[in-house]
Write a protein that binds this ligand. Sequence first.
Ligand SMILES: Cc1cc2nc3c(=O)[nH]c(=O)nc-3n(C[C@H](O)[C@H](O)[C@H](O)COP(=O)(O)OP(=O)(O)OC[C@H]3O[C@@H](n4cnc5c(N)ncnc54)[C@H](O)[C@@H]3O)c2cc1C
Length: 507
Amino acid sequence: MIIDDRYYDIIVIGSGAGGGTLAGALSHQGKSVLLLERGGAMALEDQNVADADLFQKDRYHPLDERWFGPDGDPIAPQTTYALGGNTKIWGAVLERMREKDFTALPMQEGISPAWPFDYNELSPYYDAAETLFRVHGKAKVDPTEPKRSKEYDYYPCELEPFLEPLRAGLKRQGCHPYDLPLSWSEDPNDPSGDTQLFGLDKADTSNLVIRSHARVVHLHVNPNGREVRGVEAEVNGDHWMFSSDIVVLAAGAINTPAILLRSSSAQHPNGLGNGSNQVGRNLMNLQLTSILQLASQLSNGRYARSLGINDYYWGDKNVSFPLGHIQAAGGVLQDALFAESPPVLSLVSRLLPNFGLEQLAARSVAWWAMTEVLPDPENRITLQNNHIHINYLHNNREAHDRLVYRWLDTIKSVEADPLTEVVRAAPIYPRGEAPISVVGFACGTCRMGMDPAMSVVDPYGKCHDLENLYIADNSVFPSCPSIGPGLTTIALALRMAKTLTTEKVEK
Ligand SMILES: Cc1cc2nc3c(=O)[nH]c(=O)nc-3n(C[C@H](O)[C@H](O)[C@H](O)COP(=O)(O)OP(=O)(O)OC[C@H]3O[C@@H](n4cnc5c(N)ncnc54)[C@H](O)[C@@H]3O)c2cc1C
């Protein structure tokens, strides 16, 4: 074991939406920070998913890692180990949770739990997160939009031309399509924003040390078990020990609980920070179905996500429980769902027989239907022989099916409208659900709450059981909204940067 001879104020583990943002923000507040990231910098040609081909699947999979699913079969997880984590390949749609998403919300199959604070607590950090990530959007179009203190700093980018008539067609059906808020950089070679660009590249380098290819394997505690005193990582085949006053885990919703479970000791026999027995439980991976519609106008087939529709977010004319969010997912070649679902691909080829993927992408529109799931303690990750096992079964299924069928009805009525010429009726609407390997939206596995018996961290992200261990990633979500978690994780990280540097965190 090599003992690092430098002592830091704060060690951050993982550089994704939460960790990368936090490390950058802390560096500006005079703290010495060590960032440990198991991946390395991603090659530029792989970063811009709009130009890369997700259908070359292994590009975005860790090749040497297999997890195991509910049936015990191995899974190749679609997760990115790199500086910037999953933000390197995300869609960069950065949406705020709605006010009601923070409250106890009746869903079709039960109550979606309340967060330990309300929307107003996070609102200033949402403002800061949107500014930091140069989010381009337009307020006051989507009726479900939460209260904002200001307009977006940047106006939405122009859409692919055929999407404007499609927007008009949707409006004629009574929908309220809005420009999805998207993070754009200023770099034409790497246009979509991510945490490497906006967290790490903008950090104060005199305060931030980044160790990439450093995979954290164990957190070591002091004799009374109340403080983490050493962070053990594998760096290029060697084992290193790093130390700091404070340790923040931000390795994502699967790897953060895995590290805690691996860090069991005599003081913490069930895993570190697991006095509640909640570490790894309540895994939520929102239900995601991708639906393909035929376009009658050619596009370049490689364009970003564009329109959002929340007309069924809280229900529809028949039901009063939430159904979820719809978004135009961009060109098919960038759609992880089709890339991950070989059975759907065969359906896709039936839509336009004899067409290659490129031609299909130029003649189609992909929609994502996204629905919240409820926390279930049996949906969980565990370690068996040091391997990650995921036990997971979606719930809230009927609400998701309703959303999918509601959306199919809507796009059929758009096609039937003679004024909308950019899409056309098709014999089938190929669609596919995200398989278990698509874990990018996973959350909830170290949930936050006031009650140490039922949650892993407090409302500030501090582990109930330890004095100096925090969590700053998707794991802490008590519920999973129907929109992407990215902006909320970034906002929580900015809030944590403030509480770690300016305030005494109350327990
Ligand atoms: C294809 C795709 C598209 C997406 N699109 C969107 C979108 O448009 N909008 C949205 O809001 N969300 C989107 N998401 C989800 C979003 O990317 C994630 O929710 C977000 O990145 C999660 O942030 P995180 O900090 O929890 O974890 P991650 O971003 O996953 O970061 C975790 C980091 O920890 C590192 N790490 C893991 N284990 C260790 C270890 N043992 N030691 C050291 N480092 C470790 C990883 O390498 C990684 O860098 C998408 C995800 C995918 C996969």
